[in-house]
Design a protein around this ligand. Structure first.
Ligand code: SF4
Length: 96
């Protein structure tokens, strides 16, 4: 068994592999792909509606990013496009 390992894994190959792994590990996670984490979902896929669901609305959701005024459309950290402060979707999560 050791003879097989010694033949296939030379010291040089081991050091090359270790060096490559150390280089990959040193890459900050933020550099890997911001786009992969920034992709938003389509409104339809989360059943977005531009009116409240009962008493629940986007302006009370932790994912809502307000517009220029309380009544102005804003945006959402999860859903693409313009978001009404009076809207709602399946991802609604109340602010703490
Ligand atoms: S997650 Fe849904 S409910 Fe919350 S702000 Fe975004 S669109 Fe509105």
């Amino acid at each position: 068994m050791m003879n097989v390992l010694n033949k296939n894994v030379t010291r040089r190959n081991f050091l090359k592999t270790a060096s490559l792994l150390a280089t990959i590990a040193a890459i900050p996670v933020s550099v890997i792909s911001k786009e992969a984490f920034a992709a938003k979902m389509a409104k339809a896929s989360m059943q977005y509606q531009d009116h409240p669901k009962g008493n629940l609305k986007c302006s009370q959701c932790m994912q809502f990013v307000p517009g220029k005024s309380a009544k102005a459309a804003g945006s959402c950290n999860l859903i693409e496009g313009s978001i009404s402060p009076d809207g709602w979707c399946l991802a609604y999560a109340p602010k703490a």
